[in-house]
Write a protein of this length. Sequence first.
Length: 131
Amino acid sequence: MPAKAVWGVLLALLVACDERERLTFETGPDDRVGPTTHIDPPSKDTVLTEGDIFVVGARTWDSSGVDTVYIQVEGANLSYLPLSADGVDTFAFAVSLPTIGLSGRTITLGVHGVDVIGNVGPTVSRRLTIQ
């Protein structure tokens, strides 16, 4: 073996590190549970007076971060756009619910969240009877 090759191998052995870095791959989080939502007010099904504007408050939280909150309304011609939570761990919000012209109806309001991983949380609902 020529002398230059021997010196090259020795130099490579001296400069090389003792440990080789191994390829590692991050695994996804084990979280498979969607966000939890709590509606308050109202804390339970309730009766409203027609004509009053009622504000429904809610909070959705998830340790992975809340991406979006969805609000569904049954029993009235109302709809709400999804609310973007931008990945915060707790997202509090309120929506107004008009009651004009809805006397005698029962409205069911449902709220659920989706976390940043894509897990969908359970829907929490309230029945609002309008007199």
